[in-house]
Design a protein around this ligand. Structure first.
Ligand code: 6PG
Length: 472
């Protein structure tokens, strides 16, 4: 095969995401060689590629795949995170040259990506976070790149071409060295969890507190989507609440078991936040809420024993506007936490993560895309070190919204509606606007029992209390 007939790039793994990404790449004019563990899937994919089939080179062995790609080669892995990635790397390594590149585009744990970047000395490795689900992969995902910048620059023309565009700007950028791309993707997913959980909590108030039917709830979300909350997640929340089940004609949402799945990215974010001592309580609460949701049997027993928690809320105490404002405040707070964590990692890992660029990449294509992200990009460009909740535009949302959030959380407490994410968002807000908190008590206790010492507020140099020496 002549060099000009070769593929510009290769792809391994023709599952839902891999197939969509491969078609996207072919559609943007880049010939692509594909390989799948099951050759029949490769043949079916090629046969069903329609007009794009002429830019797809189906291959049935690693050797064939490698031979089909232009040098220096780039091969995308779109396989489940973890061991399958290491298996593919092990199979490819002996066939590749030092300047060839393996690109892991799955939802890898960034620690694995760090390890792979360090371990692989005979081949280049790039870890990229891809967001947007199947439709995003097919028509334009958000792409967060991590690894050596020269490697990113080599493939960025392809990745930018296939990415989503915000007002013509590609939503694909290099985030930093090693696992930086996968780290940013994990935080994206953490924010995704918190955003989804807050929406679910407001849904619960409408369903159980106000007794609204699914269709009416869908209408409320559709209204929210016309204002500051305009986002993909609010839009799909409206769609899924309004959809009817094809078997029964009932609202589909009412027939779905209340047990949330998770593949792990949100959990990784929560774990990493603890390592970084980065406060992301709303994101952690959202992970906990998913874990709790899976305790179905225990929750049923609890309801039998104590009676169902969510009671009706007097209609006069809740308005559409209040729910919307509370959600706006909650949303700002969970993004503020996510960016704060990114800033902490940037410093700790020496990555110099480009915060405004991250907000820009998230403006289109990804699951958390929302109208607010453009303002976030601008606020971060103005001052990267400032917590987003302190930036004027978001401080205004919070000034307007925290009262609604407070009222909603208070109603939740009074009428038994669990609101783990919204209430921890509120606590975060209140903590972050309390100059004199209560950790002096923690410090006094620590000093009493462990002589740990403390800082004084009055400049006197004495780091122990009068109880010094009396601790047990
Ligand atoms: C995205 C999504 C995507 C996927 C997650 C969901 O950005 O496109 O986040 O990566 O839907 O794996 O994760 P859970 O299964 O943990 O909800």
């Amino acid at each position: 095969m002549a060099q000009q007939d070769k593929a510009k790039i290769g792809l391994i793994g023709l599952g839902t995401m891999g197939s969509a990404l491969a078609l996207n790449i072919a559609e943007k004019g880049f010939p692509i060689a594909v390989w799948n563990r099951r050759s029949d899937a490769t043949r079916t994919f090629h046969a069903e590629a329609g007009d794009l089939a002429e830019r797809v080179i189906p291959t049935e062995s690693y050797e064939e795949l490698v031979a089909a790609i232009e040098k220096p080669r780039a091969i995308i892995l779109m396989v489940p995170a973890g061991a399958p990635v290491d298996e593919q790397i092990a199979a490819l390594r002996p066939l590749l040259d030092a300047d060839d590149m393996i690109i892991d585009a799955g939802n890898a744990n960034f620690h694995d990506t760090n390890r792979r970047v360090r371990e692989l000395d005979d081949v280049s490795f790039l870890g990229i976070g891809v967001s947007g689900g199947e439709a995003g992969a097919r028509h334009g995902p958000a792409i967060m790149g991590g690894g050596e910048k020269e490697l990113w620059d080599r493939v960025s023309p392809i990745l930018e071409a296939i990415s989503a565009k915000f007002k013509g700007e590609p939503c694909a950028a290099w985030m930093g060295r090693e696992g930086a791309g996968h780290f940013v993707k994990a935080v994206h997913n953490g924010i995704e969890y918190a955003d989804m959980q807050m929406i679910a909590e407001v849904y619960g108030v409408m369903r159980d507190g106000l007794g609204m039917k699914a269709d009416a709830i869908g209408d409320a979300f559709a209204r929210f989507n016309e204002g500051a909350l305009q986002s993909y997640l609010i839009e799909i929340s409206s769609i899924v609440t309004k959809a009817a089940d094809k078997h029964t004609g009932e609202p589909m949402i009412d027939l779905i078991l209340d047990k949330a799945g998770q593949k792990g990215t949100g959990r990784w974010t929560a774990i990493e936040a603890q390592h970084l001592a980065a406060p992301i309580p709303a994101i952690e609460a959202a992970v906990v809420a998913r874990n709790l949701s899976s305790r179905v049997a225990a929750r049923r027993e609890g309801e039998e024993l104590f009676g169902a928690a969510p009671m009706q809320i007097p209609e006069s105490t809740v308005s559409d506007e209040m729910l919307e404002r509370a959600l706006i405040a909650g949303k700002v707070l969970c993004y503020a936490q996510g960016f704060d964590m990114i800033a902490a990692a940037s410093e700790q890992f020496g990555w110099a993560l480009p915060l405004p660029e991250i907000a820009k990449v998230w403006r289109e294509g990804c699951i958390i895309r929302s109208a607010m992200l453009d303002d976030m990009a601008a606020a971060l460009a103005e001052d990267e070190d400032r917590n987003l909740m302190l930036a004027p535009v978001f401080a205004r949302y919070l000034r307007e919204g925290h009262v609604a959030l407070r009222e909603l959380v208070a109603l939740g407490a009074r009428y038994g509606h669990p609101m783990p994410a919204l209430s921890s968002g509120l606590s975060y807000f209140d903590t972050m606007r309390t100059a004199r908190g209560t950790a002096n008590m923690i410090q006094a206790q620590r000093d009493y029992f462990g002589e740990h010492g403390f800082e004084r507020i009055d400049g006197i140099e004495d780091e122990h209390g009068p109880w010094h020496g009396h601790g047990v």
